[in-house]
Design a protein around this ligand. Structure first.
Ligand code: TTP
Length: 673
């Protein structure tokens, strides 16, 4: 549900930066001979040439669209280069893209608060940097302005036949502009510089929107692509919104947007202006009504959250058409793959970022062959997350069984089978950061390294059951019965500096980018509120009492019933000269390129971790540490348990904030600002 937030200040400078045809650029960096040629990235399933998940701008000029499959793209553009997405565990492996996205984030985060919004997009709050520039080196004082800035598109600015760049220069340097426009001009200079830096360090071009709030910045960033930036002045907002189709607005791509269209004849955002705030509240309630009234006027107080890491990790796969999973054994096999991937990601997050997740959620889409009403949703189920691939797998299987039982409902007694799973995913959420630098944690990691280098079996008490190689980040989940596409990372966040990491999800096919992201928001919502959960003790009891192997020997329904007795699930695009110049001057051979890229990646990774740890401290303070599930703590090594508990204990004391020597005080927001 949209949340109405008043503007905290009408002079914020917010940028939305989106990497152009992201996967294609990553592949072009890997294979420089593809640069400047029509190219697309296809899913690993090669049916009809594979579904296109990213299309380069050269191919777009030839009419290739993301909705096509490889075969169709080749008909439209015979010279197109189709690159298959990397594959691991029988599904797409998005690691290379996740890492590339991290490189860009670490650069963009240098100038202001940075919120990773998806695998390839970022929001930046540049207010402080813009204010500083306005004070120290205002645009009107500059003798020359970089080409990249002069190519900006300033909404509402009319060159009246004059040279466009000259018109932009005059706008940027007008001494009598109001404070807000001056700040926007500074924002334009800062963003252009950041984009050039991204290009220099990563070889990726990106586009950006610069405005006074997130909503307007996001709307603008896609208006002029690739490698361009668009500025939304206050005076242009009305014109921008009055013709904007209602469904293009974030959060209005779904039911609410449809209701506005069909029930109230609202087809553009501007159409909303005919209704008073009270009327909109009558239609949709106080909060949504106010939110609608605000967005019609370009008002949005949504803050840019300091969030560089995933807020959740996920791994999923779709099984369209005949590939649907029809037996518990098949589900178990895939859960093993998905849980191993999830576990690797969790281990990596624990190692690199000292973060632990505490909720495991299973999502599935299913059908029932004999029931016309079988399209009803397969219920998502959650439980406390226990570290280790085997444990996660056991728990996920139990969650699946609980969900299946509920999904099948009254058919349970009569049938064994007759169902099919078309989408399966596991995710880990409620990720919290453990303060870094504490002795037992350091010792724990040291101990872990030793265990890993040993051929002895690993200590059961340690949350280490996987190979620790997978990096971080995340995605959305959709599927279509015929098409398969890879899942795009998506970031979101809560509490700690995070981004939703469900990038492990395989194959999703949103009709549009907006819709995809909207759906992910829905997914995140379900993760936190809609999924049911099972209490820890009973849950653990169940796992020990009925091993997975035993379960798969039984008829699914019998197994489900049997398990249920043992536990109770309660609830719960124009090219641009300076960039082209750069690309020409920086083309390099394939091998040279690879070396350069990997070294850049390593450094950036380091930068990112550093930034993250800093922000983690701040966010730990705001996270409700008291809500950490004890069962999660219980699964950690004893010394970490002890340390976490000592962190939890003082937080509950009323006089804690007065204790200057306390950990709580050390991590207080003031100290980290
Ligand atoms: P987008 O930012 O939506 O698109 P894009 O970067 O390819 O192109 P544009 O220049 O228009 O922004 O998505 C980023 C990446 O996410 C994209 O390169 C591939 C992946 N993705 C999918 O895997 N499936 C999808 O359905 C979408 C929309 C994206």
């Amino acid at each position: 549900m949209p949340i109405a937030r008043p503007e905290t200040s009408d002079s914020r400078i917010i940028a939305h930066v989106d990497i152009d045809c992201f996967y294609v650029q990553v592949e072009q960096r890997k294979q420089p001979h593809l640069r400047g040629k029509p190219a697309a990235v296809v899913q690993y399933n090669s049916w009809k040439g594979g579904g296109l998940i990213a299309v380069g701008y050269e191919a777009r000029k030839d009419g290739v669209k993301r909705s096509m499959r490889g075969d169709e793209a080749k008909k439209v553009c015979p010279q197109i280069h189709l690159v298959q997405v990397p594959v691991a565990r029988g599904k797409a492996d998005l690691t290379i893209y996740r890492n590339a996205g991290s490189e860009v984030v670490s650069i963009l985060a240098r100038k202001g608060r940075c919120e990773r919004a998806s695998i390839d997009e970022v929001y930046l709050d540049l207010t402080d940097a813009a204010e500083l520039m306005l004070k120290e080196t205002p645009p009107e004082s500059l003798e020359s302005i970089d080409e990249e800035v002069l190519k900006s598109h300033v909404l509402g600015l009319n060159s009246n036949g004059k040279d466009e760049k000259e018109t932009v220069r005059e706008w940027l340097q007008q001494g009598d502009a109001d404070h807000r426009d001056k700040l926007l001009a500074c924002g334009a200079l800062i963003v252009a510089e950041l984009r050039l830096q991204v290009l220099k360090e990563t070889e990726f071009t990106c586009s950006a929107g610069i405005a006074h709030n997130k909503m307007l910045a996001k709307l603008a960033s896609g208006m002029n692509k690739p490698a361009q930036q668009t500025i939304v002045t206050s005076s242009s907002v009305k014109g921008l919104l009055e013709t904007l189709p209602i469904k293009k607005m974030k959060q209005l791509g779904g039911k609410l947007g449809s209701s506005l269209q069909t029930d109230h004849g609202v087809n553009t955002v501007g159409d909303l202006l005919q209704f008073s705030e009270g009327k909109l509240q009558d239609f949709y309630g106080v909060n949504t009504g106010t939110w609608l009234w605000n967005i019609a006027r370009g008002i949005s107080g949504e803050e840019v959250e300091g969030r560089l890491l995933p807020k959740s990790h996920g791994s999923g796969k779709t099984f369209p058409g005949p590939s649907a999973l029809k037996t518990l054994t098949a589900v178990e096999k895939w859960l093993k793959e998905l849980c191993e991937e999830l576990s690797e990601r969790l281990q990596s997050d624990l190692e690199k970022n000292k973060r632990i997740a505490h909720t495991l959620t299973l999502h599935a889409n299913a059908y029932k062959s004999t029931d016309a009403d079988s399209h009803k949703k397969f219920p998502s189920k959650s439980c406390p997350l226990r570290y280790g691939a085997v444990k996660i797998q056991e728990d996920a299987l139990n969650l699946f069984q609980g969900g299946l039982r509920e999904y099948l409902g009254s058919y349970m007694g009569n049938e064994c089978g007759g169902w099919g799973i078309t989408n399966l995913s596991v995710s880990a959420s409620k990720i919290i950061a453990i303060p870094s630098g504490t002795s037992s944690i350091t010792k724990y990691f040291h101990c872990r390294d030793q265990l890993q280098s040993s051929s002895e079996p690993q200590n059961e008490n340690l949350p280490v059951e996987d190979d620790l190689s997978s990096p971080i980040i995340g995605a959305e989940s959709r599927h279509s019965p015929l098409h398969q596409t890879e899942q795009k990372d998506e970031c979101g966040g809560e509490g700690v500096p995070t981004v939703n990491d469900t990038s492990g999800f395989d194959q999703y096919e949103p009709e549009s980018k907006e819709e995809a992201r909207g759906d992910f928001a829905g997914e995140a919502f379900r993760l936190s509120t809609g999924a049911e959960s099972c209490p820890t003790s009973k849950h653990n009891e169940m796992k020990t009492s009925l091993p997975a192997k035993e379960m798969k020997m039984k008829c699914p329904n019998d197994v489900i019933r049997s398990n249920d007795r043992k536990r109770k699930i309660t609830t719960k695009e124009k090219g641009t000269s300076s960039i082209l110049k750069f690309l020409q001057s920086n083309s390099c051979s394939s091998s040279k390129q690879d070396t350069k890229c990997s070294s850049l990646g390593g450094q950036d990774q380091l930068d990112m971790v550093t930034t993250t740890q800093t922000s983690n401290r701040t966010d730990i303070w705001s996270y409700k540490v008291d809500e950490i599930d004890q069962s999660v703590v219980n699964e950690l090594p004893p010394e970490i348990q002890e340390e976490l508990r000592s962190l939890l204990r003082p937080k509950k004391r009323a006089n804690m904030s007065k204790d200057s020597s306390s950990i709580a005080n050390y991590f207080s927001p003031a100290k980290n600002k």
